[in-house]
Design a binder for this molecule. Structure first.
Ligand code: G3H
Ligand code: 13P
Ligand code: ZN
Length: 312
């Protein structure tokens, strides 16, 4: 099966009250772990590549690895650019075979965000590629950009109709209190998301797919595994899975997960190397890391997002 866009996936997810998992990929083992999980539970899938991932692994390697996953799994897979920061980067990904791109103009003034997003939409749509835009600003770390809590801002519902109408985007990422990375909420506080904003946005944009970034739950088993095996992570708190379940039942059709993959991989590798200090074959420690990624992704797809069995 060739790569698909997210159009049909989102239509079915919205109607069915579930969400599609969008997982960040950087290398072969991560791609294999995620796609083997999705194949096992027959879930449609979005694999997303950040500018940093593209720099690390190269466009061609990632493209060919995803093509291999298509052959191995026969799943509907959408290949998406995560947080594109320029027209040129989005154009390169459209030209290079991606089926979806995000143009992240969330740090720009409203008019400037519209101008840049529309430029990307015009190009992408003329090539059969869909576009995700963003309004509102998440805190946290993306690539080398660190957005402080003070600079973050919730999406303003009164702006969404104009933004979607004038840009023609196919989906919209919003800020309701999640953030990127492993440190989302202050230790000792109760995580809270602004579901009232999500509700109001979906009232203004009926049937329109919403995207939730910064959606890792920061799985505590793996934080503990890292710290028990030589790591030193301070208290790391993510989005409770119950909140992701709630968002998936509402207008959220795409849920972005990267940090949980990083924690699983690092925790597993640290534990393996501590238990086997004399081993030095990378296959020995990457194999359990890939297997644990697979199990974590199955859990997200089945128990949290509810998209298992929706690939057929
Ligand atoms: O939102 C950011 C993603 O976690 C990607 O992270 O830019 O470090 O690859 P990255
Ligand atoms: P996390 O850092 O919560 O995994 O968020 C990933 C993300 O939003 C990628 O765009
Ligand atoms: Zn993001």
């Amino acid at each position: 099966m060739p790569l698909v866009t997210s159009e049909q996936m989102f239509r079915s997810a919205y109607a069915g009250g579930y969400a599609i998992g969008a997982f960040n990929v950087n290398n072969m083992e991560i791609i294999q772990g995620i796609t083997e999980a999705a194949a096992e539970v027959r879930a449609p899938l979005i694999l997303q590549v950040s500018a940093g991932a593209r720099k690390y692994a190269s466009h061609t390697y990632l493209m060919k690895l995803v093509e291999a996953a298509l052959i191995e799994t026969n799943l509907p897979i959408c290949l998406h650019l995560d947080h594109g920061d320029s027209f040129e980067l989005c154009r390169d990904c459209v030209d290079g075979g991606f089926t979806s791109v995000m143009i992240d103009g969330s740090h720009l003034a409203f008019e400037e965000n519209i101008r840049l997003t529309k430029q990307v939409v015009d190009y992408a749509h003329s090539h059969g590629v869909v576009v995700e835009g963003e309004l509102g600003r998440l805190a946290g770390v993306e690539d080398d950009i660190n957005v402080s809590e003070a600079d973050s801002s919730y999406t303003r519902p009164e702006e969404v109709e104009e933004f979607v109408g004038r840009t023609g985007v196919d989906s919209l990422a919003i800020a309701i209190g999640t953030s990127h990375g492993a440190y989302k909420f202050k230790p000792g506080t109760k995580p809270q998301l602004r579901f009232d904003i999500l509700e109001e946005i979906s009232r203004r944009l009926p049937g329109f797919p919403i995207v939730l970034h910064g959606a890792s739950s920061v799985m505590q088993d793996y934080v503990r595994m890292i710290n028990a095996n030589g790591g030193a992570m301070p208290d790391a708190i993510g989005v409770p899975e119950e909140m992701l379940r709630q968002a998936a039942k509402m207008a959220v059709c795409k849920v972005n997960i990267d940090s949980d993959l990083r924690l699983v991989m690092t925790g597993t590798v640290r534990q393996y190397l501590k238990q086997h200090p004399d081993h030095f074959d990378p296959r020995q420690y990457l194999k359990p890391a890939r297997e644990n990624i697979k199990q974590m992704v199955i859990h997200k797809l089945v128990d949290v997002l509810g998209c298992d069995g929706k690939a057929d």
